[in-house]
Write a protein that binds this ligand. Structure first.
Ligand code: HEC
Ligand code: HEC
Ligand code: HEC
Ligand code: HEC
Ligand code: HEC
Length: 274
């Protein structure tokens, strides 16, 4: 009897298993199919529908981050009261002071640097994440596009913004160039993994120590030390380029030698046949 019971449990339980595993996947995996999107896209009130087309152009859509990842709620329901159920974590429109924690669920480094920054402490969370990155149409961050008089001019002079852009691009540009150099050299067959890793390390140092701190006194020396760490990467890039050109020269010499050798063999065989 006991065995029969086990058999029954197994027969019923096993087919259920994959179903349970599948339903444990975050709904964010298919945000396109969610009830939030379908209903909100059809709402007459523009304030309530504009989030959908904006989000559709965002990096979050591409990354599978849906409405419910920021607002909570039940994305699978097409009934408003269920979709907006606070028991399913629905929070509605987040308060501006709560936004850094909201975004910080996934962007911890940026949150940890931003909260004690002057924009967090003196500015009491103005500007916050969405003032600089937008709420729904979030695109890859580019300091030149973010740090503009239109966005920052109420509180800062153009000089401050130019200085800020200079500090940030002064680090990010050489990092991007080092990554590009590694990518360009790779097909030539020289080792470039250490160059790539050096650039990634500098990028991470920048992210941890410079990004979102917003105090010149702190970030200028830190940016300098990140740039200093790139000196070694630069030396490695130069060495790799020299190796590629040495290989090329050696290749030309070797090819020339082979042609001459072939000529000799041809001559030799001709002399033999005569
Ligand atoms: C069946 C339609 C429907 C569905 C499904 C739905 N909503 Fe809404 N939502 C509305 C309507 C209508 C409003 C306008 C305010 C109201 O009537 O509550 C609204 C308002 C909102 C607001 C603004 C709240 C405010 O206080 O003004 C947010 C944020 C929101 N919805 C997010 C979501 C999210 C996230 C989901 C999915 C988890 C979702 N909605 C699913 C119909 C829907
Ligand atoms: C990355 C986080 C994030 C995602 C994803 C997101 N929202 Fe929002 N949403 C916010 C924040 C933050 C606000 C508060 C507005 C502000 O402070 O600018 C907001 C505001 C809103 C509002 C109030 C009106 C407005 O635009 O300010 C609605 C309605 C809304 N969101 C619906 C949606 C819907 C529908 C989706 C999915 C298509 C969605 N949101 C996806 C963060 C997000
Ligand atoms: C005053 C404007 C401003 C505020 C406020 C702000 N950011 Fe940024 N953010 C930027 C700029 C400029 C960049 C690009 C340069 C950089 O990475 O520091 C950026 C970059 C980013 C990146 C890309 C980082 C990377 O290393 O690729 C993320 C993610 C991000 N911000 C999230 C946030 C979050 C989350 C908040 C709130 C806690 C926030 N930002 C607040 C201006 C801002
Ligand atoms: C549920 C997790 C999650 C939440 C919440 C979230 N994001 Fe993101 N975000 C991601 C992922 C995943 C990516 C794409 C991968 C990456 O670049 O980190 C991304 C990308 C970004 C980028 C582009 C980074 C780059 O490459 O330059 C910015 C800017 C950004 N998010 C800002 C925000 C802001 C502002 C909020 C809050 C309104 C927010 N995110 C909330 C997960 C999240
Ligand atoms: C609502 C006002 C406000 C806005 C808008 C604002 N900031 Fe600030 N910011 C402040 C305050 C307040 C401080 C701290 C006091 C100071 O240094 O001016 C500060 C400090 C800074 C600092 C450090 C200055 C220093 O001398 O160390 C930088 C850099 C900065 N902000 C960049 C930006 C950028 C870039 C933007 C736009 C994307 C921006 N801020 C938008 C209020 C603002």
């Amino acid at each position: 009897m006991k065995r029969l019971l086990w058999l029954l449990v197994c027969l019923v339980g096993v087919p259920l298993l994959p179903v349970r595993v599948m339903s444990a996947e975050p709904p964010a995996a298919q945000p396109g199919g969610s009830g939030c999107l379908t209903c909100h896209a059809s709402l007459e009130d523009e304030e309530m529908s504009k989030a959908v087309p904006a989000w559709q152009q965002s990096v979050h859509k591409t990354a599978g981050i849906g409405c419910q990842d920021c607002h909570g709620g039940s994305p699978k329901s097409m009934v408003k009261e269920q979709a907006h159920d606070p028991n399913a974590g629905y929070i509605g429109i987040p308060d501006p002071t709560a936004v850094p924690e909201q975004c910080g669920k996934c962007h911890q480094v940026q949150r940890d640097n931003y909260i004690p920054s002057p924009h967090g402490t003196v500015g009491e969370f103005i500007p916050n994440c969405v003032d600089c990155h937008s709420d729904h149409k979030v695109v890859p961050a580019d300091v030149v596009k973010i740090s503009t008089p239109k966005r920052c001019g109420d509180c800062h002079t153009d000089d401050i913004l130019d200085q800020f852009n200079g500090v940030i691009t002064g680090v990010l540009t050489p990092i991007a160039q080092a990554k590009q150099a590694a990518a360009d050299l790779r097909p030539a067959g020289v080792p470039v993994d250490h160059i790539d890793a050096g650039a990634d390390l500098a990028r991470e140092m920048f992210r941890q120590k410079v990004s979102h701190v917003f105090v010149f006194q702190t970030i200028v020396p830190r940016a300098d030390s990140v740039k200093a760490s790139l000196k070694k990467v630069d030396t490695d890039i130069r060495a790799a380029r020299t190796e590629v050109s040495t290989r090329r020269k050696f290749g030309i010499v070797a090819a020339g030698f082979l042609v001459i050798l072939a000529g000799f063999i041809w001559l030799y065989r001709r002399t033999l046949s005569e």
